[in-house]
Ligand binder design. Structure first.
Ligand code: ACO
Length: 441
């Protein structure tokens, strides 16, 4: 184990593994919140064995000081600060600074961070034109990932992950330009002219204006809408080693540049088992609504082993009690809809579905609770964000988390390229068969 590892987590007594009659000792580690692990870096070299861990459910891929979550107790903290406090008192830009740079900013640090981001919101016109080449019905996540990767081509002189100044510049560019690209992707899909950023607006208002303004009319961003977006982005900002963040780390571990690494995260987030669940939840609620609103029928379907139907927005790899983000969003949902005077029948269906599932022994025994995506889509709909943009909104929120993890990883001198092993189950040595002698399967 490296010195760097030793200096961070506290070392405890080693564990002893007995393999084929021989005993081997492995150092244990204890994190600041008492989570325990043992370091098997030397396992294969000493024993010839590797571990098998489907979905990495028991594998710590790194040590990290960014986000703590306890799935049993429903705790989520960014840099030690409870999510409930950040949701109530902070804003997305401050939270982004906290995640990326490790502490709450002073007034001057925050002002500088905001000013830097504001100055970089424009995207190169050539890149903006590139977006027009996508088909109208292209999924905006495809456009966002392509555009994010394409950003690297405009900054080829500053892509060195080991240069802190270049990294800082790229962090600013990503934070500044992702909302512009996201809004441009949407405008392209509906055939409207792109609306350029307006730098006297705050981060969320600027994005909403780029989404909803048209050149022919004045547009004022309703404060309630910007506040609701701000809350959702804070709740999405980080979630330790989830699928997309682990992807960012894995891509970045090869020393790929930050744009390529974040693009990997965007693609991983797209899947319906991860960030794409917010779109899938709305589609599911819509289907239940059209089908007469019988939630018990769908709870039954989700339990049926012969059906592939799952309750989208339910269940989580880590939360086995409740998802603290879902609790905050559920409360906000009622408030936002009231403030905006929106009456969405899907909210009633969502509440009934939650109630029915939480009473059901299948969901109780498997510890399946609503996750962050269960109610977020209803708020996004109330803000007039189209369903296929939901996962893009999630990506905008998760961006500072991805950046923070990429930065933490590249700054850690003990980082190794991510390269899991496998238990091979294919054919043993087989000779090449000439095509004339092959029989089809
Ligand atoms: N509906 C019905 N059954 C479910 C659900 C669900 N939403 N989620 C899990 N289960 C069942 C599984 O079928 C499995 O049953 P089994 O033990 O009889 O085989 C058991 O509960 C355990 O579930 P796994 O899928 O093994 O748990 P895992 O940790 O691998 O997956 C996941 C977690 C992907 C979130 C899963 O719960 C799921 O697919 N949920 C729906 C999609 C979703 O909402 N994703 C968003 C997650 S939050 C986020 O990424 C932002």
């Amino acid at each position: 184990m490296s010195e760097n590892l030793k200096s961070k987590a506290e070392l405890e007594k080693p564990v002893t593994l007995e393999i084929e009659g021989k005993k081997f000792q492995y150092p244990t580690l204890k994190g600041t919140e008492d989570e325990k692990g043992f370091d098997i870096s030397a396992l294969r070299a000493q024993t010839g064995y590797i571990t098998m861990d489907n979905g990495y459910a028991n594998t710590s891929s790194c040590q990290s000081s960014i986000t703590f979550l306890d799935g049993e107790l429903g705790i989520l903290r960014y840099r030690g600060i409870p999510i409930e406090q950040l949701a109530e008192k902070s804003n997305f830009i401050e939270v982004s600074y906290l995640l990326i740079y490790g502490h709450l900013p002073t007034q001057s640090e925050l002002s500088q961070f905001k000013a830097d981001i504001t100055r970089h919101t424009l995207v190169n016109e050539d890149l903006a034109h590139l977006l027009s080449g996508f088909p109208r019905d292209a999924h905006p996540m495809a456009i966002l990932s392509a555009a994010t990767c394409a950003l690297s081509t405009y900054y080829q002189d500053s892509l060195n992950p080991a240069d802190p100044e270049q990294v800082k510049q790229n962090i600013t560019r990503l934070m500044a330009k992702l909302p512009t690209l996201a809004a441009f992707a949407y405008k392209t899909s509906i055939g409207q002219p792109k609306i350029q950023p307006k730098n006297d607006l705050d981060y969320c208002s600027n994005f909403l204006r780029m989404m909803f303004a048209v050149p022919s009319e004045e547009y004022h961003v309703p404060k309630e809408v910007a506040d609701a977006l701000n809350l959702l982005l804070i709740l999405h900002a980080d979630h330790e080693q989830n699928c997309s963040t682990s992807t960012v780390r894995l891509v970045g571990s090869s020393a790929a540049n930050i744009y390529a690494s974040i693009t990997g995260g965007i693609c991983a987030l797209w899947g319906p088992l991860h960030g794409g669940a917010n779109q899938a939840v709305m589609e599911m609620l819509e289907e239940i609504h059209k089908d007469g609103g019988d939630v018990n029928k769908y709870v039954g379907l989700a339990k049926d082993k012969n059906s592939t139907f799952k309750l989208m927005g339910f269940g989580h790899r880590v939360y086995k009690n409740f998802d603290p983000r879902a609790s905050i969003i559920k409360k906000a949902c009622d408030q936002v809809l009231n403030k905006l005077g929106v009456n969405n029948p899907l909210l009633e269906i969502a509440k009934k579905l939650e109630e029915a599932a939480l009473k059901d022994s299948y969901f109780i025994e498997k510890k399946l609770y609503p996750n962050v995506d269960f109610y977020s889509g209803i708020i996004y709909s109330a803000l007039n964000i189209p369903v296929n943009m939901f996962t893009v909104m999630f990506a905008m929120g998760r961006l500072p988390g991805w950046i923070a993890h990429w930065k933490e990883m590249t700054e850690n001198t003990s980082t190794k390229i991510g390269r899991p092993r496998q238990i091979y189950t294919g054919p043993t040595k087989t000779d090449y068969t000439p095509i004339s002698q092959r029989r089809g399967k």
